[in-house]
Design a protein around this ligand. Structure first.
Ligand code: BG6
Length: 468
């Protein structure tokens, strides 16, 4: 028997992307380098197919067509991010007038097509001018970020009403300072915790600017939540290990962002590993008084944890690493997305929403990313040139069923954004896996073709739900 999944009136339907993954670079655009531009210049071989951030989906030139296609696929909202290194090329100095014009035109075009712009301020893209001085390791970046945020609110606050301080602030911690998948490729837990702490303080300062400046709208953060499941929920050691992983990877930003406090388990971990970051007088009060209005949840995969069993490899120099405290658990029954190597576990999206409902005051939230990257989608092109991505439809639908369930149980979830609209550049994976509702042909000036999932999404939005 099929069931009707209808969503609340005014539900935010759309998708998400980011400036660095979509805009591209063009002569005369005045953009400064971010760490991605620099890293690609230094080590192009680390990027899939040798494709770097200058060769993205060309949104800088194609935003008008894209806004129209968003409308065509049913979007009523869309998140992207401003590139700090575009708006303020040296990060701390003058504003780039070309950037102001571009973002104004882009946001206007979205609005004209009935698509509300949700705008982030930072999506892994530290300006190189600051990275050269340590990036998030340097307390100077905290103040520079708050200044940049204020400038963005002043410039675009008339049209942007939903702001986000960061996308996935844990990723620069993990990628840049623990697990070597982003520049500057360090493996140093003490540095990682300093980066984390500086991001937390900088966010509080930006929120303060927003609220004190009297800007209209809301400010939030987008976090990638990875529910931490213990191997055996009856085994206290597994449960303890999972709680530590949760404190480090989820609550590290959830708690200060929503509750204005740092989790006790995180402080214990810092103390035990000797990685407590330097804190300034007044920081705790700043964090306590400047919390978010809206939470974006990116959900892709859970984290499965077991008590420590194997010796730690550490950072090779004997320094502490998170894995001193827990082991990742390989659940034999897991369902995988083989292209990205991520587990698909639909119920996790519900667990995230219920956690927010029960432990975070049921703050207003929405699913800000969820999606499936697939390699070689040209295999699925039909005679009409349309990619038949039934796997993506199934993925989105099966997650939406759990979102629906959480809402039925009282979650304040206001929307669902897929990652992503147009196929876009995926960091070091470049264009290996495609995520979009709309295909992008890089060899043909970035020509766009709506996939089957894009048409399906249009219908879901028109019906404000689906039957399944
Ligand atoms: C999210 C990020 O973590 O996942 C995006 O916000 C990213 O920037 C997306 O592109 C998919 O991950 P990936 O690594 O396959 O691009």
């Amino acid at each position: 028997m099929s069931k009707n999944y209808t969503f609340p009136a005014g539900f935010w339907w759309g998708s998400a992307a980011s400036g660095p993954q979509t805009e591209g670079r063009y002569d005369g655009d005045g953009k400064g380098d971010s760490l991605w531009d620099y890293w690609f210049e230094q080590e192009p071989e680390k990027f899939f197919g040798g494709v770097g951030p200058e060769r993205t989906s060309r949104v800088y030139k194609m935003y008008k067509e894209d806004a129209r296609l968003m409308k065509e696929t049913g979007h009523n909202s869309f998140r992207t991010s401003i590139q700090w290194s575009r708006l303020i090329p040296d990060a701390t100095g003058e504003v780039n007038p070309e950037a102001v014009k571009f973002y104004n035109d882009y946001f206007d075009e979205l609005i004209a097509n009935g698509v509300e712009p949700f705008v982030g301020l930072f999506h892994f893209d530290m300006p190189m001018a600051l990275q050269n001085e340590g990036g998030w390791l340097n307390r100077k970046t905290v103040d520079a970020y708050a200044r940049y945020a204020k400038i963005a609110f002043e410039l675009f606050g008339d049209k942007v009403k939903r702001w986000f301080t960061y996308n996935e602030p844990i990723v620069p911690v993990e990628g840049g300072y623990l697990y070597d998948f982003h520049y500057p490729n360090h493996k140093n837990m003490k540095e990682a915790m300093r980066v984390m702490y500086h991001e937390i303080v900088a966010q509080a300062l930006a929120i303060k600017e927003f609220h004190e400046g009297g800007f209209d709208g809301t400010i939030g953060v987008v976090l990638n939540l990875t529910p931490s499941y213990p191997r055996d929920p009856e085994n206290p050691e597994d449960v303890k290990a999972a709680k530590l992983a949760d404190a480090l990877f989820n609550r590290s930003f959830l708690d200060p962002s929503i509750l204005g406090t740092l989790p006790e388990e995180l402080k214990w971990l810092w103390a035990d590993s000797g990685t407590t970051p330097d804190m300034l007088e007044g920081d705790a009060e700043l964090i306590a008084n400047n919390t978010i209005d809206l939470l974006g949840i990116n959900y892709y995969q859970p984290r499965r944890i077991k008590a420590k069993e194997t010796p730690v490899e550490g950072d090779g120099k004997g320094g502490p690493m998170p894995e001193d405290y827990f082991d990742n658990y390989d659940w034999p029954e897991k369902k995988m997305n083989p292209y990205r190597g991520w587990e698909i576990y639909e119920k996790g999206i519900y667990d995230c929403l219920i956690n927010v409902k029960e432990n975070y005051g049921n703050i207003d939230c929405y699913i800000s990313e969820n999606g499936m990257g697939v390699e070689g989608e040209e295999r699925y092109i039909d005679a009409n040139g349309e990619i038949q991505d039934d796997y993506r439809i199934e993925f989105v639908r099966d997650h939406l069923k759990w979102v629906h369930q959480a809402i039925a149980e009282g979650s304040n979830c206001h929307g669902y954004h897929m990652w992503t609209c147009m196929d876009c550049w995926s960091w070091t994976n470049a264009y290996k896996n495609r995520y979009g509702f709309i295909a992008v042909d890089l060899d043909n000036d970035g020509a766009r073709t709506v996939k089957k999932s894009g048409k399906w999404f249009h219908q879901v939005v028109a019906d404000n739900g689906f039957e399944a």
